[in-house]
Design a protein around this ligand. Structure first.
Ligand SMILES: NC(=O)c1ccc[n+]([C@@H]2O[C@H](COP(=O)([O-])OP(=O)(O)OC[C@H]3O[C@@H](n4cnc5c(N)ncnc54)[C@H](OP(=O)(O)O)[C@@H]3O)[C@@H](O)[C@H]2O)c1
Length: 287
């Protein structure tokens, strides 16, 4: 197998239509065809879950705008997709989501270059190890800015973009967490937990507003347990051992597992709206 084929193989856990052998999954791919040529925004596409979902959507033929601060990493992904002859394309955009003006400029650029957004995946998110009793205000603000405010701005702008183009079948997907549903006894993650509880409320509120607006645009959140990404090394930037420990106690989820869940939500029939998917590593302790 050539290097290019192996890149595409990596991206084919849910096989593209022509490679599909499992008839049970056939529906997924057939329905994903309806997103071919349409535009998705994936925030936080430079690493972890965002990088994998961006590549998956490109493989399914979408035009994907991937944004993050480290845009060169997305440029590299875009090159890989091109070489692997994926059906869609990845358009890297540099955006610091803590800056609302940069988010507005990104949406203007999307409008100019691609007309607008049909799918918005609010994936970017982070935890800083700042407990409630001792944490720094700046660390809390950073989590608020990215996990809540940027997610809400992108949601509003994506909805407005769909509305002005008469798009009635769009989809907004928020990366939540089991921390959006349970308070784990983990002081380093308590403020983060607060932001993810907000994501639960914001997704349910969004679904109600979309209903109120009589649209068929869907709102979904995906709530994973531990996923092996850069998340832990960013959370425990000063203690790599702690970061490594998080992924070595049991087999964690992989980014592709979450990406497959997102593909499932996107491929559900028009009358089916996935509200929330809570996904645990089998060996992670329940709370
Ligand atoms: N990993 C887990 O165990 C886990 C579990 C449950 C939920 N989640 C959620 O899943 C989502 C993705 O996390 P991940 O595990 O893939 O984390 P990751 O590997 O650390 O990736 C985080 C992404 O967010 C982007 N980001 C962070 N701050 C940003 C900013 N100011 N502006 C623009 N982009 C920013 C990063 O890009 P740059 O640094 O290049 O800007 C990166 O692309 C998050 O919402 C997280 O809360 C993760």
């Amino acid at each position: 197998m050539s290097e290019e084929e192996s890149v595409c193989e990596d991206l084919t856990r849910v096989p593209a239509p022509e490679k599909r052998e499992n008839p049970e999954l056939a529906g997924v791919s057939v329905v994903m065809n309806r997103w071919k040529g349409r535009t998705a925004l994936v925030t936080g596409a430079s690493a972890g879950i965002g990088a994998v979902i961006a590549k998956e959507l490109v493989r399914h033929g979408m035009k994907v705008v991937g944004c993050a601060r480290n845009v060169e990493k997305i440029q590299q992904l875009a090159e890989e997709c091109k070489k692997a002859d994926c059906a869609g394309s990845l358009i890297p955009m540099k955006c610091d989501l803590t800056n609302p003006e940069e988010i507005q400029s990104m949406f203007s650029a999307i409008k100019q270059q691609l007309k607008g957004v049909d799918v918005c995946i609010n994936n970017a998110g982070l935890a800083n190890a700042e407990p409630l009793l001792t944490g720094k205000t700046s660390g809390w603000k950073n989590m608020l800015d990215v996990n809540i405010l940027a997610l809400s701005i992108c949601t509003r702008e994506a909805y407005q973009s769909m509305k002005e183009r008469g798009v009635d079948d769009g989809h907004i997907i928020n990366l939540n967490s089991i921390c959006g549903h349970y308070v784990l006894n983990m002081p380093d993650a308590h403020f983060y937990t607060g932001t993810k509880y907000a994501v639960t409320a914001l997704t349910d509120g969004l679904r109600q507003e979309l209903r109120g607006a009589k649209t068929h645009i869907k709102a979904t959140c995906i709530s994973p347990g531990v996923v092996e990404t850069e998340f832990a090394s960013r959370l425990f930037k000063d203690s790599p051992d702690k970061a490594a420990a998080l992924y070595s106690q049991y087999k964690p989820l992989q980014a592709i597992d979450i990406s497959n869940a997102i593909i499932y939500a996107l491929s559900a029939p028009p009358h089916v709206q996935v509200g929330d998917m809570v996904i645990w590593p089998v060996e992670q302790d329940a709370v």
